[in-house]
Write a protein that binds this ligand. Structure first.
Ligand SMILES: [Zn+2]
Length: 339
């Protein structure tokens, strides 16, 4: 057995495997680095030299996939590196993550795609690169999408910015359709949301903070799915915050448009009331909205309109989040209690 890891017996966990229709307590045996046996509702006798892990009260499932994380490298290593981001992913049960291109420089050339792949080659999670669709994520000029796809980029996004120009958006969708790669949009109309730091509504008025209306998200999403009707690219809307967006996606899918969407846990758990007391931890992009949005987004998750949950893991330094509400960056750094 030299060089081979000892078998691991996962004892008494709740085994969840949606694909196989399993949701039951039982044992799982891992041997030679692979799952050797799954025994829902049954015990597996521990092989000699096996390490037994008591999984009582725990879920045992396949590694989770996060399609939306920010690993900050290159250029933002004070916040996160590919190595620390991968360690955080593994700690949360995620074995695969897709990293966004709003690094410095942006991931907008095959060289930077390869840089990230190279830096990720020994980290514990699988890291897939989502490359920028436009040069510098500025929305003005197409990035070399074909050569980045050839280098291994799994999809495209200018995340952090929505592509404002409809002619550019159409080109990007056409190229994505030709390459067979998804486009992932950060739906934010920059003019409607300009200066906004939280959801438009009574809480923003009371706090005297500049509002960011839900229409900033909905208008771009509505425009994009309209453009994609005749193009048929795989269009994916990132981190949806508005219940109205769920309705737009639902209608588009009903007419056969190849669109999908994601929602992040904080948009399913917290409302704009978390911004009370000017708590910068609740300053999010897109902003936390209302209980009604939460209800509508949950309904969209339940009926399959929203396909996937994504963390939008996006670290900042503690010093940055200690600034006042208007100037602190967007992002949650610690666990927040639910309303
Ligand atoms: Zn985003």
């Amino acid at each position: 057995m030299s060089g081979e890891p000892a078998p691991i017996l996962l004892r008494g966990g709740r085994i969840v495997d949606a694909a196989a229709g399993i949701d039951r307590e039982g044992d799982v045996l891992i041997a030679r680095g692979r799952i050797a046996k799954i025994a829902p509702g049954a015990r597996i006798d521990a092989p000699a030299e096996a390490r037994t892990v008591d999984c009582g009260g725990k879920i045992v499932c396949a590694g989770l996939v996060d399609p939306h994380v920010h690993l900050r490298e290159p250029g933002g290593e004070a916040k996160e590196t590919i190595e620390t981001g991968a360690a955080a992913a593994i700690a949360g049960g995620f074995t695969t993550v897709c990293c966004m291109p709003n690094t410095n420089p942006a991931i907008d050339t095959p060289t930077v795609v390869r840089y990230v792949q190279h830096a990720a080659r020994h980290v514990p999670a699988s890291v897939f690169v989502v490359a920028a669709a436009t040069v510098g994520r500025k929305g003005e000029q197409l990035a070399p999408m074909a050569s980045m796809a050839a280098a291994g980029a799994v999809g495209f996004s200018d995340d952090g910015e929505g592509i404002a120009n409809p002619a550019m958006m159409r080109k990007v969708l056409e190229v994505c359709a030709a390459l067979g790669k998804p486009f992932m949009q950060h739906c934010q109309d920059a003019q409607l949301s300009e200066g906004g730091v939280m959801n438009e509504g009574p809480v923003a008025t009371r706090l005297g903070l500049l509002p960011w209306p839900r229409e900033a998200e909905e208008l771009m999403l509505e425009r994009d799915v309209r453009l994609n009707r005749s193009i048929g690219a795989r269009y994916h809307a990132q981190h949806l915050s508005s219940g109205g967006s769920a309705g737009i996606l639902r209608r588009a899918r009903a007419e056969g448009n190849r669109v999908s969407g994601e929602v992040s846990p904080h948009h399913l758990l917290l409302t704009d009331e978390a911004c009370e007391g000017y708590d910068t931890q609740a300053k999010m992009n897109p902003p936390l909205r209302t209980a009604r949005d939460i209800a509508e987004l949950k309904e969209a998750v339940a009926d399959g309109t929203i396909d996937v949950l994504a963390t939008d893991h996006a670290p900042h330094t503690a010093a940055e989040k200690a600034r006042d509400f208007a100037s602190a960056p967007f992002g949650i750094m610690r666990a927040m209690s639910r309303p």
